[in-house]
Design a protein. Structure first.
Length: 125
């Protein structure tokens, strides 16, 4: 990944909400000033729930040992895979299996939730 691409991604791995705290995804999304922003919301066992506010393209990458689940809250998400693309709208989700080369694209401002292993590196391995 280039330095320019890395500079446009705003990734926050700190856990925003602890156990028994109400997760306020909409407030965070509405306050987001960035075109590509990722925030870890909470931890569930060995996994985390992350929220992203995105518009544009992410780089191609893969996670060699972890699956990822993407769920669209609002907007449109395209997940490019080798040989095909999956387009998701609100209330739709998709699991990208470990080792699968992929990238995400959002033609309009899109809010997504991701469930993944807490040790995953969001930019790929």
């Amino acid at each position: 990944m280039s330095d320019a691409a890395q500079d446009r991604y705003h990734t926050n791995l700190n856990v925003q909400y602890g156990p028994l705290e109400i997760v306020r995804e909409k407030e965070l999304a509405d306050a987001c000033p960035y075109q590509w922003w990722n925030q870890t919301l909470c931890r569930v066992n060995d996994s985390v729930v992350r929220m992203a506010v995105i518009q544009g393209e992410y780089h191609w990458h893969q996670h060699t040992t972890e699956d990822e689940f993407f769920y669209v809250v609002e907007g449109r998400l395209v997940i490019d895979l080798e040989g095909r693309s999956a387009e998701l709208g609100p209330r739709e989700g998709l699991v990208v299996p470990r080792g699968t080369l992929h990238r995400t694209r959002a033609p309009i401002r899109t809010v997504i939730l991701m469930v993944e292993n807490a040790s995953i590196v969001p930019t790929g391995s």
